[in-house]
Design a protein around this ligand. Structure first.
Ligand code: SAH
Length: 346
């Protein structure tokens, strides 16, 4: 596999251009072309530089292989990487802007019982440029121009555990927020982790004040371990301490994801325990009814149970919202599309 030019920071592009004996302004042309989602062969540079680039780098490292449009307007993309691996991403349009959900690994090795991404384990990490490439491809398809591109918000909630691919994810975030890149604000980016405590602490020191989101889904370590194997390695108390450290370093409040699973974590007593756990912390809770995954034996709660859970949290003074499940008719939950696509082809 050739290298991925979209991996490079602006400084690295400058060094590349100089080493090719080209004028410095070529680096700016490259950065602009990349930000516009162009293939390398479409970026207007000198013929000699183009030939050199195409010899070393992939012309189009991330391609949209298929697009699925949901009744609610949500779009789901199946992206194809240069080695033929597939990852998926969802594009959701809201009144305040458009959110693109990106994948960070092909598959995942965290093993959460409710998640389709983890069914076949982790095949490989994505590079920084392959993560960025998903956004570039969607911007290219959906239109918009500099300063008002289609994708305004990013969530790292596709397949993969971002902190299990720490170096590439941090590089991606730096390139994404760089002024020569898409120049996105960290405030418009959310990173969701299953709670890798050492990486959460390290990330607090990177100076990237994004919306740190932790998948909690339970209120005790024992209950959490029933659906999330990672709970055998890190305790909720240590996750909460790492969140507090993140707040201390960045001033950003943090978010918990809590998927409501029938017969597992969605009773009144769970809501009260969650409220007790989070009381007084600068955080927000995102509730969502679990999207049933057919390969897994877990179901979401009904709407009434979800509303009751939300009401209990709110009455205890916890900031919380119940999110609509978007795109459930097109396999909106993580890994569902890739899993069904691969199954169909087999
Ligand atoms: N590995 C990261 C990010 C990927 S998953 C993490 O664990 O946070 C993004 C979110 O979707 C997580 O909160 C995850 O727990 C949740 N999720 C996975 N499968 C789901 C399903 N079937 N229904 C609802 N939420 C799901």
């Amino acid at each position: 596999m050739k290298k991925v030019l979209q991996d490079l920071s602006y400084e690295e592009l400058c060094a590349l251009v100089l080493s090719a004996g080209e004028k410095p302004f070529r680096a700016k042309q490259l950065a602009e072309g990349i930000a516009q989602g162009k293939k390398l062969s479409e970026i207007p540079v000198s013929a000699s530089l183009r030939a050199r680039l195409l010899g070393e780098f992939e012309d189009e490292p991330v391609k949209i292989r298929e697009t699925f449009v949901s009744r609610d307007g949500t779009k789901k993309f199946l992206f194809e990487l240069a080695d033929g691996n597939l990852v998926e991403g969802v594009f959701m349009q809201y009144s305040y802007g458009n959110t693109q959900c990106v994948s960070t690994q092909v598959g995942c090795r965290m093993g959460c019982k409710f998640c389709a991404s983890t069914l076949g384990g982790r095949l490989r990490d994505l590079t920084a440029g392959e993560i960025l490439g998903q956004i570039l491809a969607v911007n290219r398809l959906e239109g918009g121009k500099k300063g008002e591109r289609a994708v305004t918000n990013i969530v790292l909630m596709g397949s993969g555990e971002p902190f299990d691919n720490y170096g590439n994810v941090v590089k991606f975030l730096r390139n994404l927020t760089a002024k020569e890149g898409l120049n996105m604000s960290a405030r418009n980016i959310s990173l969701s982790t299953c709670g890798l405590v050492p990486e959460m602490r390290k990330f607090a020191e990177e100076g990237i004040p994004l919306n740190l989101t932790v998948s909690l889904h339970a209120t005790t370590d024992a209950e959490r371990a029933r659906t999330m194997p990672i709970a055998n390695r890190y305790q909720i108390a240590d996750i909460l301490a790492a969140c507090a450290y993140y707040f201390e370093r960045t001033g950003r409040r943090y978010i918990f994801e809590y998927s409501l699973i029938e017969g597992e974590n969605a009773d009144e007593e769970h809501a009260l325990a969650l409220a007790k756990l989070l009381k007084g912390r600068p955080c927000h809770v995102n509730l969502i009814r679990l999207n049933a995954v057919k390969e897994r034996d877990l179901k979401g709660t009904d709407e009434r149970t979800a509303q009751a859970f939300l009401k209990t949290l709110l009455s205890c003074g916890i900031s919380a919202t119940l999110r609509r499940s978007m795109g459930s008719d097109i396999g909106g939950a993580c890994g569902q599309l890739r899993a069904s696509y691969i199954a169909e082809k087999e």
